[in-house]
Design a protein around this ligand. Structure first.
Ligand code: CDP
Ligand code: MG
Length: 972
């Protein structure tokens, strides 16, 4: 049985658009279902079946009545009929060539020259790829020895520079420094080396310098080009700056050390250098430099994090080892070095013993005993038992763990008896360990503050909700309101101003309390922490291949996380770490978090594998250290085939090639291409940027309600989160034009991150550069008027969003609750879902159309659509899936992928279908042979077909309110 059927949103029921007006009742109610009694000869179960059939029948009838109608006025119908006749006649008479647009010209008066063929498309100026290659340029043989000499002289001179010497004194104290010779010996004598060591022992900053200085000293500095990959942008920059400072140099600018991250770089000199970059940058180089010929040492850092890109890079590098002169150094913070060494055929491992002060650890039973804590919850049934009995656990490996937990519980209690009070043992039973007990944390903080040593307290919590609630709980206590406390929430979406405060040591007598996500585990180091409270949970995404949905839930930490958290307490003096889980749970924690590759959808990666020519998709993926499941691979490939990015032989289609080259996931790539083809480039690039990076809104502590209201205002009744981001961006651009102060005020008033907006602006330029390179547009400026002829057309922008996001479609149905006028939302595969509280549509009671498209759907406490935009029937018909024309009883219908059904006279339905197929042909040609659409030449076939479609989309009336006037305004 398919999931779809299980959830009761099978085709029969899912068909049909909601009717005009929200006055009729909803689908599930279908009350009464008509009068009449079952025939008297029916007995028992048969009577039940009779009622069920009749009920179903009535629902279908209702749906039939409610379907939105696809209309076309007479003059449009006539125009499109003529257009299609002309297209089809010409199709029959003329053999079309891809470059030939003039064939459409019926009266042959087209005199403008054809657009330049693809090959002569304007070449972009130095692209990111070219920049990246600049460090890998051909070595100039004749100058090498001179250069080697020069590099050596420079290094010797440095050793008399007092800034260098001062730094040297710091470096010498690092644990890695005393192992310098040993490290170099292993690296020089083997092709691959694994180095592990505690955070802060000097792997990232020192090992690269040991290598460079070793080669320079040996007179081969000019052939040494070290590249060190980092999982995060911020660490690539900060580490490069740190190393440059240790070498008494400026970062980049042709010196020895620099960095490169997407859209930003400070490049070092071309020879004899260290470059820190994000892992994605190296993957991008591989597109044009398959052997990484100009890198002498590739250092892959933080491999223990097991993020998707470093796992992929390791698999690629394994094959690159045929290049015998390439050295690979793998660096990991914790001790699973054996696994990596085994993956590289038992290569040598080195461990750098680090120094941290001892940290005393407490588990939940110790904490409860110490505080004499008893949960306030009055329900006397152990929560974990209830959960387990109810079968509410969704992943097999989790279920196994819970079964073990239940099995060992009695033995665990026996072990505690005598050592802990009866009250603590009872409390342990009653604790709801599905949630982090914030009341307990408040008690614990009070205890530390009143009885513990001085020093900052760092609390690890899984997400923003917890952070904000704990903050409120603390602030509700008189004690914490005084200026003897600085309480700082730390989350990646917080404004950066708050984040710098984190690093400052408070004045004596003032206690710093930082409440953070796992961002404080490795990314951000707070030196003065003495007490760590480990909530024991971490937000983790998983990909449920059976239901094709991503989930994000707070899961138990792994031993590796717990160890890392503990380590944060012992940086400056002996510390204390409180873990909010008991010793039984501790014994069941995973050693490491599951690698990202087995927790995420694989579409983008599959395209990357093809563009990097790494062979068959599955054949490559099974070479990974922990290969993803066959089902996940199969799903990704089939999604890419549906998207027409891969053909039946799993080769890239022309569309696939473009999508693989764009540095975004395939659906967003498709949106970008459509934005270019339909000449609404600038707004679509803003939306694509925010979907692939993040939206610019920040979460202001305690002002969530005002921020929600501001977002709603910015939505300007577009019923679209995507257009809300666009409006925010346009407002920011305008404010910026008026000066820095206006910009600051605008961001402040609307709770926007100016950094994210800047990043989006840079990303847009990068996308435009790609489009220019591929030939889709004629300028690298996203705002070029020629690319933005239709940028003021809100309905068209929504349609282009639909083109990108399809088939992520949800159906809107009215709710009849008297209290709340919120709609109900359904997807084909999940049945009823919810709109996320942060979406501008969450409390929307009235939509113009009955369908939404969304980008992120995630299961947390329920299945949420995080962002959505309402879309019109014509958008779905032209930019959705396959069209079919049917008759449902006496009703003519037109349906998209047989699921999204509208009423439509057969005549109109055929017209729409033919026009859509004409659009598909046109798009295919454009993708095969990219050229900007010439909108001045109204007589070209392209322009005629596209204009007809845009006209239909733009003039389509609302299903609900007639003459809806677009509120979106922007002059291009
Ligand atoms: O890579 P690993 O965690 O082993 O250490 P690292 O990043 O090389 O850092 C070694 C030391 O350099 C740290 O303990 C810090 O004291 C210092 N460091 C710094 O001051 N600023 C940075 N951006 C990075 C490191
Ligand atoms: Mg490091």
């Amino acid at each position: 049985m398919s999931h779809e059927q299980r959830r009761g949103w099978g085709r029969g029921r899912g068909r049909g658009g909601r009717g005009r007006g929200f006055s009729s009742h909803g689908e599930s109610e279908c009350p009464g279902g008509g009068r009449g009694k079952p025939p008297p000869h029916l007995k028992g179960r048969e009577i039940g079946l009779w009622y069920a059939r009749r009920q179903g029948q009535t629902c279908k009838d209702k749906e039939r009545m409610e379907r939105a109608v696809v209309r076309m006025d007479e003059s449009r119908e006539e125009h499109i009929t003529r257009l299609l006749n002309a297209v089809q006649t010409t199709n029959n008479n003329a053999k079309r060539t891809p470059d030939d647009d003039s064939w459409w010209s019926m009266d042959n008066d087209r005199d403008s020259p054809s657009p330049p063929p693809r090959q002569t498309a304007v070449k972009p100026k130095a692209s990111v790829e070219q920049l990246s290659k600049s460090i890998c340029q051909e070595k100039q043989n004749d100058t090498i020895s001179d250069l080697d000499q020069q590099l050596k002289q420079e290094l010797l001179k440095k050793r008399t520079d007092f800034r260098y010497l001062e730094m040297q004194r710091f470096r010498e104290k690092l644990p890695s420094y005393s192992m310098k010779e040993e490290i170099m010996e292993v690296i020089n004598s083997s092709q691959v080396t694994v180095i592990s060591g505690e955070t802060g022992c000097g792997k990232t900053t020192q090992v690269t310098q040991f290598i460079l200085d070793d080669w320079i000293t040996k007179n081969k500095g000019s052939t040494c080009n070290i590249v060190c990959t980092q999982p995060r942008r911020i660490s690539a920059i900060s580490v490069a700056e740190r190393v440059a400072a240790e070498r008494a140099e400026l970062c980049g600018r042709g010196n020895s050390t620099g960095y490169q991250i997407r859209l930003e770089s400070q490049l070092p000199r071309k020879q004899g250098s260290i470059l820190y970059c994000t892992t994605g940058i190296v993957l991008q180089w591989l597109q044009s430099d398959q052997n990484l010929d100009n890198i002498s040492h590739l250092v892959i850092d933080e491999i223990h994090e097991r993020n998707l890109q470093s796992d992929v890079l390791m698999a690629i590098v394994k094959d690159l080892l045929l290049r015998r002169d390439l050295k690979v150094i793998l660096m990991s913070a914790t001790l699973n070095a054996e696994k990596f060494s085994q993956y590289f055929n038992g290569c040598p491992m080195l461990h750098i013993p680090g120094f941290t002060y001892p940290v005393k650890e407490y588990l939940l039973e110790d904490i409860m005993e110490m505080l004499r804590y008893f949960p306030k919850d009055t329900d006397k049934r152990p929560k974990w038992k209830r959960r387990f009995m109810q079968g509410r656990i969704d992943r097999p490996e989790k279920e196994e763990k819970e079964a073990l937990y239940v099995e060992h519980w009695p033995e665990f209690v026996r072990r505690l008896q005598g050592r802990y009070s009866a009250s603590t043992i009872e409390a342990l039973e009653l604790v709801d360990d599905e949630k982090v007990d914030l009341e307990l944390i408040v008690e614990l903080i009070r205890h530390i503050v009143l009885k513990g040593e001085d020093g900052a307290i760092l609390v690890f919590l899984p997400g923003w909700d917890n952070i904000s609630t704990l903050h409120d709980l603390l602030m509700a206590q008189v004690m914490f309101k005084s200026d003897r406390f600085i309480i700082i929430p730390l989350h990646s979406l917080m404004p950066t101003v708050n984040q710098t405060q984190v690093f400052k040591r408070p004045p004596p007598g003032v206690r710093k309390i930082v409440i953070a996500t796992n961002i404080a585990e490795t990314s951000i180091t707070i030196d003065d922490v003495v007490h760590v409270i480990d909530g024991g949970k971490i937000k983790e995404t998983h990909y449920d291949t059976q239901n094709n949905i991503s989930t994000m839930t707070a899961e138990w930490v792994s031993h590796a996380n717990a160890k890392q958290r503990k380590g944060r307490a012992g940086r400056v003096q002996p510390g204390y770490c409180y873990h909010l889980y008991n010793s039984l749970r501790d014994s069941l924690l995973n050693d490491y978090q599951l690698p990202e590759i087995v927790r995420t959808p694989l579409e983008e990666l599959c395209l990357q594998i093809k563009i990097l020519k790494l062979g068959g998709i599955a054949a490559f993926l099974i070479k990974l250290m922990d290969p993803p499941s066959r089902e996940a691979i199969r799903l990704a490939i089939s999604h890419l085939m549906e998207l027409n990015a891969l053909d039946r032989r799993e080769e890239l289609t022309p569309l696939g090639v473009h999508l693989a080259r764009l540095p975004v996931e395939p659906h967003i790539g498709k949106m970008i291409l459509f934005g270019a083809l339909f000449c609404c480039l600038d707004p679509v690039l803003t939306i694509a940027g925010s979907l692939s990076f993040k939206d610019p809104f920040i979460i202001p502590l305690g002002k969530e309600k005002i921020a929600d209201a501001r977002r709603k205002e910015l939505s300007k009744n577009t019923k679209s989160d995507h257009l809300t981001v666009l409006n925010a961006f346009l407002g920011w651009e305008e404010a910026k034009w008026h000066g820095a102060r206006m910009e600051r005020d605008y961001c402040w008033e609307n709770f926007l991150s100016s950094n994210t907006l800047k990043m989006l602006s840079n990303m847009k330029e990068q996308f435009a550069e790609h489009l220019l390179g591929a030939g889709f547009v004629s300028s690298r400026n996203p705002k070029d008027p020629k690319s933005n002829i239709n940028s003021g057309n809100e309905k068209l922008i929504k349609a282009v969003i639909c083109a990108g996001l399809y088939p992520k479609v949800a159906k809107i149905r009215p709710s009849f609750s008297k209290k709340r006028q919120m709609v109900k939302v359904y997807t084909k595969s999940d049945g009823k879902v919810s709109i996320h509280p942060k979406s501008v549509n969450v409390e929307e009671g009235e939509f113009h159309y009955s369908w939404l498209v969304y980008h992120l759907k995630m299961k947390t406490t329920s299945i949420y659509l995080y962002d959505c935009t309402e879309v019109s029937p014509y958008s779905l018909l032209f930019f959705g899936g396959e069209i079919s024309i049917n008759k449902d009883k006496d009703q003519d219908t037109i349906a998209v992928d047989e699921w999204i059904v509208f009423q439509s006279p057969a005549r109109i339905a055929h017209l729409v279908k033919d026009l859509k197929s004409e659009l598909d042909t046109l798009l295919e040609e454009k993708i095969r042979n990219p050229q900007p659409v010439d909108w001045n030449e109204t007589k070209t076939r392209d322009c005629a077909v596209l204009s007809a479609i845009i006209d239909l989309i733009t003039t389509q009336e609302s299903d609900v309110t007639k003459n809806f006037a677009p509120r979106f305004q922007k002059n291009y």
